[in-house]
Design a protein around this ligand. Structure first.
Ligand code: BYC
Length: 474
């Protein structure tokens, strides 16, 4: 499964043997590069970035590191090796051989899932376009660019599927993926969170912590798909996704560490004093957390969804770690708890498990997020600071599903409008918070130097020193 880098489009799918497909993708390639140059990382064309490039899809030693100018990055098509005799693990076709082609009756649903997944990848690059101008260090700048080029490759992964398996309408969808724009009122990206701004590095780290984690759970559900090429490509995407969440988790840990240092040194938890000292007070970080967690919770879709039920019964999209769940993998008679507001109270009721699959994946995501946040809390505990971060209740600030528009506190208490108005400034970032965070965003681009509001990482990339020249400006 070594990747052939002699081709114009690096790949491990023997692209050269299918000239029509190869030509179609080679036609799409310059459109992608034009998109990258137009709305990819701003002003970065000539930078040489110490990037990781996939050289094989083996679990061991799949990447090499070296300086690359980003427009020359070798974006390509990499699928995990096929599992011999892979069988479908869930739904009506359970036990049958996985599909190597798209069954006609599932074509439009499958295309829609692939397009939705594909749309998020360029969207995130567009959202992060300006961040390089205000990087807190070369190390962080390099990590941003690594995330960006890999999101570009994830777009390639979905575009390959569209071109290879969906004919003319697949090619049209692949073009449209380069035409929608994050936040464009006339031609926005498909899902809500991907039209939000990522204006500063606190938002970037929150995005990679929460929204890339949605990526982990959605890709894991797609890795279970009966459509084997989708399963194989998402499995390889997941290996790259791990680094993106690491960037978020560690970036936030370093921000919190730096604030805690100043709190201990100055013996204060007064947000105004801390702000004057140039670090981000913990309540502001919590408000950003509340925002990004709730916007990401919406990405799982409606609590009860007939789409989700259809995707599952037809074998298109499974559950997180479907293979290790102990049940009948059909769910026709199973139930799952969902939230509802009844008689003026938030309560749970049992709903058909098939319809509640979005909710189930959301719950898996919440558990994973809480364990990440608890890691920062343990570090805070060691410093003697009493503050603890919390993932907001899943009813908080929702725009999708039956709880959309109903007011809840981050603790999950049902509120009237007056209570919401009284509390919202302490729960979600205010314009003053955003202005303050923005005011810290200077550009630190000397090897080994870090902005005042973030601690250095404990180690560098790929065994390099923290003060390594991760980006060379030309
Ligand atoms: N915003 O039946 P429902 C990643 C729409 S992140 C706007 O509940 P369904 C990444 C929905 O499309 C992972 N609209 O929906 C991370 C539907 O519209 P139509 C991305 C929304 O289908 C960081 C209608 O509402 N991958 O990889 O059960 C950086 C009814 O909703 C939203 C995927 O999401 C929303 N938040 O579930 C880079 C996997 N939510 O058809 C990358 C593929 C719902 O009535 N996608 N709607 O017009 C899916 O599996 C499903 O489309 C969803 C929605 C789970 C997203």
């Amino acid at each position: 499964m070594t990747i052939d880098y002699d081709q114009k489009i690096p790949n491990n799918v023997d692209l050269a043997s299918d000239r029509t497909l190869q030509r179609a993708l080679e036609h799409w390639q310059p459109h992608f590069v034009r998109w990258w140059n137009e709305v990819g990382p701003e002003g970065s064309r000539d930078f040489e970035v110490y990037l990781r490039t996939a050289i094989s899809v083996d679990a061991e030693g799949w990447a090499q590191f070296g300086y690359v100018r980003m427009p020359d990055y070798r974006w390509g098509i990499f699928l995990n090796p096929a599992e011999p005799d892979r069988r479908i693990g869930f739904g009506d076709h359970r036990g049958q051989p996985a599909w190597q082609e798209v069954p006609g009756e599932y074509r439009s649903n499958l295309r829609r899932i692939i397009v939705t997944q594909g749309d998020t990848e360029p969207a995130s690059v567009e959202q992060q376009r300006h961040l390089g101008l205000t990087c807190p260090s070369l190390y962080d700048l390099r990590n941003l660019f690594q995330v960006n080029v890999e999101e570009g490759r994830h777009l390639w992964a979905m575009v390959y599927l569209l071109h290879r398996y969906f004919g003319r309408d697949g090619r049209e969808e692949a073009e449209a993926l380069l035409q929608r724009r994050s936040g464009d009122p006339d031609n926005p990206r498909i899902l809500g969170a991907f039209n939000e701004k990522t204006p500063d590095w606190l938002s970037f780290f929150m995005f990679t912590f929460f929204t890339d984690r949605d990526g982990k759970f959605q890709l894991s559900a797609l890795a279970e798909s009966a459509f084997d090429p989708l399963s194989r490509t998402t499995k390889f995407m997941l290996t790259e996704e791990g680094h993106h969440m690491y960037v978020g988790r560690n970036g936030l840990r370093r921000i919190i560490e730096r604030t805690a240092q100043v709190m201990v040194q100055e013996k204060t938890d007064d947000p105004q004093r801390l702000r004057a000292l140039g670090v981000i007070d913990l309540p502001t970080i919590q408000r950003y957390l509340n925002f990004h967690a709730s916007v990401t919770l919406d990405l799982f879709g409606s609590d009860l969804s007939s789409n989700a039920a259809t995707f599952y019964t037809t074998g298109l999209k499974g559950r997180f770690r479907e293979g290790v769940i102990k049940d009948d993998h059909e769910l026709a008679h199973a139930s799952y708890p969902v939230l509802e507001v009844a008689n003026g109270r938030l309560s749970t009721r049992e709903a058909p498990a098939l319809n509640a699959l979005n909710e189930r994946l959301r719950d898996d995501f919440i558990r994973d997020s809480i364990s990440g946040v608890n890691g920062w809390n343990s570090s805070l505990e060691k410093t003697g600071i009493a503050f603890r971060f919390e993932v907001p209740h899943k009813a908080f600030n929702r725009q999708i599903g039956p709880l959309a528009g109903i007011r809840f506190s981050p603790a999950g208490e049902l509120l009237n409008d007056a209570q919401w108005t009284a509390g919202v400034r302490s729960w979600l970032p205010t314009s003053e918070d955003r202005e303050f965070v923005q005011s810290l965003m200077g550009r630190v681009a000397e090897p080994g130097k870090f902005a005042n509001w973030i601690a250095p990482p404990s180690s560098g990339i790929n065994g390099q020193a923290v003060d390594f020249e991760y980006v060379r400006f030309n």
